[in-house]
Design a protein around this ligand. Structure first.
Ligand code: ACO
Length: 358
């Protein structure tokens, strides 16, 4: 048996949820091309849950009340939320949720809770009082208000586009983790907590904060080349560049660039310059990485413009990875439902290379 340490090209499931075409740079979510998708968080939630065989529309309609229910738990979560890292806080706080034993209900509860708990963590970290959810508001709008204390239609729309766009992405690492946990017969809360752990890593969902750190360190476009060359010479990776599947630019980068352009008039001071700097750094990084790896195109991934978009909507960079989880929890729960229906335990093999007894 061949050993495939990164499981490249191993197809572990059939799915109706999303399709990543890495050669052409296309992403389909629940039948819609991500670059033309117009629905926001609730619409994509309904579509993904329905595609997974659940009553998606009814479930999406319960998100508002479920946020209220999740918020009632915040006072008892103290220690879990009072840690410096947002993904650690989310993992710990979500881990205290109880499964109802009913997959669809758990899916709504964890989706609502992710937004409420991520926002509560951000407020407490900033030394500000936590804000209660408004069950009548849209999910993105409510998350933005609970997390930042203010909303505007342009910022809410941009965040809604972000959350819908990152909702699912084929068999990415955290989704695979969610499916493995579900395949053992475990509950959706456990699947989501494990998936948060996988998303936390810098090779998966941990890159957008470091992308902003990079843009800060570069400062101006004329310094990009020297800065990137020094990073590469030191053997470090350029955050927000490269992808296991895409051999062209990640289509989600274009969605976020467009969202930024659409909200240009409402952008905070400095955001237009930030976007221009990001574009210049991306151009330089693409050309340097192509020169270094002509055999393997390395282009911008989702996290490059995630950083610019989430900064522009007014979220602190420490909240970027948790915000990714607030969107991706939809995919995790839908994949859990799909996996549960197969009834098949995921259990690959390993090749033993250690000593054997005589
Ligand atoms: N900067 C510099 N070199 C890179 C980068 C990068 N961002 N990405 C890949 N490479 C190089 C590797 O060093 C390697 O070169 P080598 O063979 O000379 O050592 C070669 O390209 C192939 O890299 P792999 O690690 O085999 O590619 P893989 O498919 O595992 O990489 C990954 C995908 C992990 C995302 C990688 O591109 C990376 O580390 N990017 C930076 C971190 C990042 O942006 N993470 C977010 C990913 S998007 C998401 O999950 C939502």
């Amino acid at each position: 048996m061949d050993v495939m340490p990164g499981l490249e090209n191993v197809v572990a499931a059939e799915t109706r949820l999303s399709d990543v075409d890495g050669e052409r740079g296309r992403l389909v979510i629940a039948g819609a091309d991500v670059e033309r998708m117009e629905g926001g968080f609730e619409e994509v939630a309904a579509a993904l849950w329905s595609a997974a065989g659940l009553d998606g529309a009814a479930m999406a309609a319960k998100l508002g009340p479920a946020r209220v229910e999740a918020f009632s738990r915040v006072p008892s979560l103290g220690a879990a939320l009072d840690v410096p890292d947002g993904m650690e806080a989310l993992r710990g706080a979500m881990g205290q949720l109880r499964s109802t034993g009913e997959l669809a209900r758990d899916a709504v509860d964890v989706t609502a809770a992710a937004a409420v708990l991520a926002a509560a963590w951000a407020r407490r970290r900033a030394g500000q009082p936590v804000l209660a959810p408004d069950p009548a508001a849209g999910h993105a709008d409510d998350f933005l208000r609970m997390a930042s204390g203010s909303v505007s239609p342009a910022r809410s729309r941009a965040l809604d586009r972000y959350l819908a766009t990152v909702s699912d992405h084929g068999m990415n690492a955290s989704t695979f983790v969610a499916r493995v946990v579900t395949s053992t017969g475990s509950d959706v809360v456990s699947s989501v907590v494990a998936a948060i752990g996988a998303l936390k890593g810098p090779l998966h969902g941990g890159a957008p904060g470091p992308v902003l750190d990079m843009l800060d360190a570069i400062g101006t476009a004329d310094r990009a080349k020297a800065w990137l060359a020094a990073e590469l010479a030191a053997g470090r990776r350029i955050m927000g560049m490269g992808h296991r599947i895409y051999r062209v630019r990640d289509p989600r980068a274009a969605v976020f660039e467009r969202a930024l352009e659409t909200m240009a008039a409402a952008l905070p001071a400095g955001a237009t310059e930030r976007l221009a700097l990001a574009r210049a750094v991306e151009r330089e990084a693409t050309s340097m990485l192509t020169a270094k790896h002509p055999e393997r195109p390395i282009a911008a991934n989702v996290e490059f413009y995630t950083a610019v978009l989430l900064e522009a909507v007014g979220l602190p960079r420490a909240l970027f990875s948790p915000t990714f989880a607030v969107g991706r929890v939809l995919g995790w729960t839908a994949h859990a439902a799909e996996q549960a229906r197969t009834g098949r335990l995921i259990r690959p093999a390993s090749r033993y290379v250690g000593p054997r007894p005589d």
